[in-house]
Write a protein that binds this ligand. Structure first.
Ligand code: CTP
Length: 392
């Protein structure tokens, strides 16, 4: 799957440009976000309107006079992967020498994203010494080439030089996004829940959701299929399916629905333990006096997942203040495979910070203290650990 992957398709001037239309459609069907660049000669083969109609976005064609102020740097920064299909001999030559006189070559020069080239040209051009030199240079520079294949070429000729089929290019793109956790299904909960007191007020907590989002983003970057149930309003991490919720009850319902189908569940949310027992449908008024709120417990989401017949590898979090003794009790008693504990009263480890100092606790009573790290580093180390210890 290529859900939310930001892919830039660059089409250059060869008859295989018509196949790039099919490629665009396949990428969109797989959930990718797609921008298309066409060179002037590509537009002699296929109209830009065709791509615009398929992607629902205008095609980028020039360095100047576009809606974007700086189209080459904006597209270069946006793309997670660039695919040039078809890539003509002239395009290969331009890229091999680092020219940047048109939108396509300037964008590639400005980008750090991986680039996949699908060459298409006549056999003689493909076998020409200059092209061979360029291809060697491009491979050395880190470009990945796919094809060309053998078959019928423009003008009735037959031989090597034919662009590989769109499905093969899609496979190569998917492979480029594949990581060590591809095939894993991961569920993450994040954020602090909000329990309504009346229509305008709630009981909440200081959790920002940053740790859970870092865990979700890191799993997606390793190729996992990630679902994030969240009460936080942080921007959605790339490649993650997001389920917004607000209360503990909503989070419980969604997590319990999704958990039986995942391999790993990371419950990083700071779930409220209590909620107002009574639903108050209109705003509490000052002149009615100080209200007395009766609270009731919320569902224990983690306990519900722990007792599933086929439960996922389960990771709990524990935000403590002062001693971590209580967290060790949770690690041994709650049916988790491991628990990530932190002291939120410590500088740099509190809610909303970008860093965290955590202790990893295991059900057998052992633990491992990690240093103060960026939350994204904590997430990465957590997945390194899970990859090591989880039995598939
Ligand atoms: N959790 C949950 N459902 C709740 C409360 C907590 O699933 N209603 C999960 C959290 O997402 C976290 C773990 O349980 O992964 C531990 O949360 P914590 O609030 O520290 O645990 P409690 O059992 O509520 O412990 P405490 O006695 O500290 O309140």
């Amino acid at each position: 799957m290529l859900r939310d992957r930001r892919i830039l398709l660059a089409v250059t001037g060869g008859v295989a440009a018509y196949k790039a239309v099919f490629l665009a459609r396949r990428l969109l069907e797989r959930g990718a976000e797609l921008e298309v660049i066409m060179t002037d000669s590509a537009r002699k083969f296929v109209g830009e309107q065709t791509f615009a109609a398929i992607t629902g976005r205008p095609v980028a064609t020039g360095l100047f006079g576009e809606e974007r102020v700086s189209p080459h740097t904006e597209l270069a920064g946006w793309a997670e992967l660039i695919v040039v299909a078809p890539a003509t001999a002239a395009t290969l030559a331009r890229l091999a020498t680092g020219l940047s006189e048109d939108l396509l070559s300037a964008t590639l020069l400005a980008s750090t994203a991986p680039v996949l080239l699908a060459p298409a040209m006549h056999t003689e051009m493909w076998e020409n010494a200059a092209t061979k030199r360029n291809v060697e240079q491009l491979a050395q520079d880190g470009y990945k080439l796919i094809g060309p294949g053998e078959g019928s070429l423009a003008g009735g000729d037959v031989g090597p030089g034919r662009m590989v089929e769109p499905d093969e290019i899609v496979e190569a793109i998917e492979a480029a996004f594949t990581g060590p956790m591809s095939g894993w299904r991961v569920l993450v909960s994040a954020g602090g829940t909000r329990e309504p007191i009346d229509p305008v007020r709630y009981i909440g907590n200081r959790s920002s959701g940053k740790m859970g989002y870092a865990v979700a983003a890191a799993a997606a970057a390793r190729g996992a299929e990630v679902q994030l149930v969240t009460s936080s309003s942080l921007p959605h991490p790339t490649g993650v399916e997001v389920f917004p919720v607000e209360t503990a009850a909503e989070m419980a319902e969604r997590v319990w629905e999704l958990a039986p189908r995942v391999d790993v569940a990371v419950l990083a949310a700071a779930v409220a333990d209590f909620r107002p027992a009574e639903e108050i449908t209109s705003k509490l008024r000052r002149h009615d006096g100080v209200p007395e709120l009766l609270l009731e417990p919320t569902p224990d989401i983690l306990a519900g997942v722990a007792k599933l017949e086929k439960r996922p590898f389960l990771i709990g979090f524990a935000a403590e203040t002062g001693s971590l003794d209580g967290a060790m009790r949770k690690a041994t008693d709650k049916g988790v495979d491991l628990l990530v504990a932190n002291d939120v009263s410590e500088a740099g480890s509190g809610f909303g910070t970008d860093t965290n100092r955590v202790t990893i606790m295991f059900p057998d009573g052992t633990s491992d203290e990690w240093p103060l790290l960026d939350k994204s580093r904590v997430a990465d180390r957590l997945w390194d650990l899970v990859q090591q210890i989880r039995q598939p």
